[in-house]
Design a protein around this ligand. Structure first.
Ligand code: ZN
Length: 155
C-alpha cells in the first residue's frame, strides 16, 4: 500500500472509531480493571477485561475514558483485536504494537486494521497516545490477581 493511501486510511479509521467506538463500556463480569494515563496529552483510559474461567484467555475487553482521537481509536481497535486471544497471544501483540510504533514490525493480514496505526509513528509526540491502551492492557494482564484500582502512567 502506498504511503498516501495508508495516510488516508489512517485518518478515516481513526476518526470513525473515535466518533463511533464499538467497544466502549465495561465488561461483565470485570475480571481485571486497569486505569492508564498519558500526561503528555491528557489521555485517560479505564480498561476492563473479562477472562475465561482458567484465566488464560480474553473473552472481552472494554474501555472508558477521555482523550484524543488517536488514544480512543487505538483502544477501540485493540479491544476488537483482543477478543478470543489467549493471554500469551495478547502479550505478544502488545509487544508487536510497540515495535510497530518504532517502525520495526507490523501485524499479519488477520490483524491488518491495526496496521493503520502505523500512521501515528510519523508523529513522534503522538506515539504515547497510541500505545497508552496497550501499556494499560499489559499491566492488567500481568497483574497476578484481580485488582480493584490498578493505575499505570506511561510518563
Ligand atoms: Zn492523546
Amino acid at each position: 500500500m502506498s504511503l498516501d493511501n495508508l495516510r488516508d486510511l489512517y485518518q478515516q479509521v481513526i476518526l470513525e472509531r473515535y466518533k463511533k467506538p464499538r467497544y466502549r463500556g465495561k465488561t461483565d463480569p470485570v475480571d481485571r480493571y486497569q486505569k492508564g494515563h498519558n500526561p503528555s496529552c491528557g489521555d485517560t483510559i479505564e480498561l476492563t477485561v473479562h477472562l475465561n474461567e482458567a484465566g488464560d484467555r480474553i473473552e472481552d475487553v472494554r474501555f472508558e475514558g477521555e482523550g484524543c482521537a488517536i488514544a480512543m481509536a487505538s483502544a477501540d481497535l485493540m479491544a476488537e483485536a483482543m477478543r478470543g486471544r489467549s493471554v500469551e497471544e495478547a502479550l505478544g501483540m502488545i509487544q508487536r504494537f510497540q515495535n510497530m510504533m518504532q517502525g520495526k514490525d507490523e501485524f499479519p493480514h488477520e490483524f491488518r486494521k491495526l496496521n493503520v496505526m502505523q500512521g501515528v509513528s510519523q508523529f513522534p509526540v503522538r506515539i504515547k497516545c497510541a500505545t497508552l491502551t496497550w501499556h494499560t492492557l499489559r499491566a492488567a494482564l500481568e497483574a497476578a490477581t484481580p485488582q480493584p484500582a490498578g493505575f499505570v502512567s506511561n510518563e
